[in-house]
Design a protein around this ligand. Structure first.
Ligand code: SAH
Length: 365
């Protein structure tokens, strides 16, 4: 059985043509799917005969809300969604003055092994399909009842480790008959898979690319991000330059400040020298404590002084405002909590069994 949301628009047209349906039918169905219908029977302008024919080989996928939390502090909404195979992912909707922004997951778990991140602790279970990527936006929007205008791919998983499906998803959300969310309203965050960054530069999808850098040199980055053992910072910044040149979009960098690890004045100066040639913006994130690791954030003064050093060196930097702090809104925490409450661990649960060999020490890319 095929999920129709795994097709790009042109693929859907071709598929329906095979069934003897005209192109405008594909447009009608595509529109229904993006409105969040949960069955073919809701597609009231499609004939019963066509609906029955579709039901034989395809289905309309949905996403179940397993848990939902709304922050009393800032209205941030966090969903624990249940996928058809029982696995869970997280999506977060944040309220900004420019509209609703959704942070979506790209995989169930992650194999990148970043030391400070909760999403990677159980390793990778599987990648999300194009339909599952899209359903997070569709069903959050339907549940909230307001238009979601921005997407950030910063939830669980490494989006560039799920390259083909992410590209299909981007084409679909961007499509005028779909959710019609412009590339300028979409941000993809990556830990730095260099070949995929170069490939993305050629896709004619001028989305904002943000790099999770978190260290000003290879010595530090090697110890907190195993991906750096595969792709060094110099290769990463070279790929960023290529992306910026080809797409005309400025890159930005994420830098989680971890007390005593990457937050000294020297670190700030080295970081400034590294990113200045790229005219990049730096988002500073006070590291979120996760209970499995003992990384700590610095004081507000230390964080601010790091930012000031960057600014003095001519680099734009902002400290990210923490949203949804009362609902464990940062990535991977809710899924881990739910796995723990069900007694799921890497050792005894089949949903994460596929990663038994992934020790998260060095990534095999
Ligand atoms: N894999 C992608 C996207 C998911 S992580 C990436 O690496 O960019 C989204 C962002 O949250 C990344 O910058 C990641 O490094 C950061 N992050 C993860 N855990 C964190 C924590 N405990 N504290 C602060 N930032 C964290």
């Amino acid at each position: 059985m095929t999920d129709l949301k795994d097709f790009e628009f042109d693929e859907l047209c071709a598929f329906l043509k095979e069934m003897g349906e005209p192109r405008f039918r594909a447009a009608q169905i595509f529109e229904w799917l993006h409105k969040g219908v949960e069955s073919y029977d809701e597609m009231t302008n499609i004939s019963k005969a066509t609906r029955e024919k579709l039901k034989k080989t395809t289905y309309v996928s949905t996403l179940k809300i397993r848990e939902k939390y709304v922050s009393k502090l800032d209205g941030t909404v966090k969903y624990l969604f249940e996928l058809p195979d029982g696995n869970c992912i997280e999506s977060v909707v944040m309220r900004y003055h420019h509209g609703l922004t959704i942070c979506i997951s790209s995989q169930v778990g992650c194999r990148m092994g970043c030391r400070f991140c909760a999403s990677t602790i159980g390793g990778l279970c599987r990648s999300l399909t194009p339909g599952e990527l899209l359903n997070q936006v569709i069903f959050a929007q339907k549940n909230i009842g307001e238009r979601i205008s921005n997407i950030v791919m910063m939830g669980i998983g490494e989006p560039l480790d799920n390259y083909e499906n992410v590209i299909k998803f981007l084409h679909n959300v961007n499509h005028e008959k779909g959710l019609n969310i412009g590339c300028r309203h979409i941000t993809l965050s990556t830990c730095g898979l260099v070949p995929q960054i170069k490939r993305l530069a050629g896709e004619k999808l001028p989305i904002t690319l943000t790099i999770s850098l978190h260290a000003p040199n290879d010595g530090i980055r090697d110890t907190i991000m195993p991906v750096n053992k595969r792709y060094k910072i110099s290769e990463l910044t070279e790929a960023c330059g290529e992306y910026a040149k080809k797409t005309g979009r400025r890159i930005s960098f994420e830098y989680s400040l971890i007390s005593g690890v990457n937050d000294s004045r020297e670190n700030a100066e080295e970081l400034a020298a590294l990113v200045k040639p790229l005219h990049a913006h730096v988002n500073l994130i006070p590291v979120n404590k996760i209970k499995e690791r003992d990384y700590k954030k610095g004081t507000a003064e230390e964080i601010n002084s790091f930012r000031e050093t960057l600014e003095r060196r001519g680099v734009n930097a902002t400290v990210r405002r923490e949203l949804g702090s009362d609902i464990a809104a940062s990535c991977g925490q809710l899924r881990r909590k739910s796995m723990e409450s069900e007694g799921q661990t890497t050792e005894n649960n089949k949903t994460v069994k596929t990663v038994k060999n992934n020790k998260n020490e060095g990534v095999n890319l």
